[in-house]
Design a protein around this ligand. Structure first.
Ligand SMILES: NC(=O)c1ccc[n+]([C@@H]2O[C@H](COP(=O)([O-])OP(=O)(O)OC[C@H]3O[C@@H](n4cnc5c(N)ncnc54)[C@H](OP(=O)(O)O)[C@@H]3O)[C@@H](O)[C@H]2O)c1
Length: 363
């Protein structure tokens, strides 16, 4: 398969750099350009500060383009760019993503601006891959990844659909990197001097949860109808979002039936053959340790990851702390890497899925 020429929108950001890292050796997409703000534009990518813990991969010498300049889209077309991975703040994404799709460039977005918009699939491949049929409509080829906190909640819940979900209550503890590099590099925040509030986050998670579990008919998603209660909090940890969840079902459940559902949960065959798909979607442990369990490929953990050569690491959702509450309810904890599975890795997986499903206009 040829490698599709791609642009990463987000030169110095955490998600943008996760994407640069993942595209370094990607078999299906090749980073041919990179975009950023006017203040970074014109800089050699090698000179842009590298904000991830792992070493910067040895990337081709590229000059950062200004994504909001009037010539940006033409510059991308001149470079034969077919795919854009958008890692931009929402207000910037609003101004550029649709212009790119209308010019024929497929956009896979981490930003929240177009999430839930009719005709633009909002997809977690383990949960609602069928919603990808809405990709490539009159709005152009456009898809969005979800909020990063939704992933450790929705992927385990997808395994439990058969029990008839009635109500979901969730409390999150979200890492500093979830708010971008500025908070991650703020020493005061690491020593605990930070506001735990994340304005608007709980509403986004609730809405997107019902959306990904909803039914798609003629481009329109009717949201699922179970009860949802969400509280989100920031904590002083660099990476990894943990959620504490209680679920009530219409059917009776036992510890054995739940463990069996988690262990047997799997993807459709398309998703299974994507390079970013981990070995297993859910990695079950007795109790979650936020440092030991950050990087899972579905069957093993590592403390020495390199996502530029291993696309699967950091892509599985870890689950543990299972406790039965009643014959129809139980609680568990979910955990995933927010800038990998919850952002760059998740949207790259969407692009892989679109490609393997034959949804790109150019062969
Ligand atoms: N962090 C997470 O865990 C996570 C998870 C899911 C989704 N997201 C979403 O992903 C997006 C990026 O998040 P992040 O954590 O990477 O943020 P970040 O570290 O703050 O990076 C922001 C990026 O946006 C670019 N940017 C800012 N203003 C711009 C402008 N006016 N024009 C062009 N580019 C501009 C910056 O460009 P320069 O390189 O030029 O400075 C930088 O690359 C956000 O929409 C966020 O909500 C983040």
């Amino acid at each position: 398969m040829r490698r599709r020429p791609s642009v990463v929108l987000g030169a110095s950001g955490l998600v943008g750099q996760r994407m640069q890292q993942r595209l370094h050796n990607h078999p299906w997409f090749e980073m041919k350009a990179v975009g950023g703000s006017a203040s970074t534009a014109g800089t050699l990518l090698d000179d842009v500060p590298w904000r991830l813990q792992e070493n910067r991969p040895d990337m081709a010498s590229l000059v950062v383009h200004d994504v909001l300049s009037t010539s940006f889209v033409q510059e991308m077309l001149d470079l034969d760019i077919e795919v854009a991975f958008s890692c931009l703040p929402s207000d910037v994404a609003e101004r550029i993503e649709s212009v790119m799709t209308q010019a024929g460039i497929a956009v896979f977005s981490n930003s929240s601006h177009h999430r839930g918009e009719e005709g633009i699939p909002l997809v977690i491949p383990d949960v609602n891959p069928s919603h990808m049929v809405a990709f490539s409509t009159s709005k152009g080829a456009h898809a969005c990844g979800t909020n990063c906190t939704l992933v450790p909640l929705a992927v385990p819940l997808a395994a439990l659909r058969g029990f008839g979900i009635q109500k979901v209550s969730m409390r999150s503890e979200q890492a500093l990197s979830g708010a971008g590099w500025r908070l991650l590099y703020n020493q005061d925040a690491h020593s605990g001097h930070l506001s735990p509030d994340i304005p608007g986050e709980a509403e986004k998670v609730s809405e997107e949860l019902l959306h990904v579990f909803g039914k798609l008919e003629h481009q329109h998603v009717s949201p699922a109808a179970f009860g949802v209660e969400v509280h989100c909090q920031r904590v002083a940890r660099p990476d990894g979002h943990q959620v504490y969840v209680e679920v009530e079902f219409s059917e009776p459940v036992t510890r054995e039936s739940i463990t069996e559902a988690f262990s047997s949960h799997d993807w459709d065959s398309d998703t299974k053959s994507c390079p970013s798909t981990p070995h297993r979607p859910l990695h079950l442990v007795e109790r979650i340790d936020v440092y030991e369990h950050l990087w899972s490929d579905g069957i093993q953990f590592t403390t020495n990851p390199d996502p530029s050569i291993n696309l699967k690491t950091g892509m599985a959702v870890v689950i543990g702390n299972i406790e039965m509450r009643s014959s129809h309810s139980f609680s568990f904890s979910g955990y995933s890497h927010n800038t990998i599975r919850g952002a760059a890795g998740g949207t790259l997986l969407l692009a892989e899925l679109a490609l393997i499903q034959g949804r790109f206009s150019k062969a």
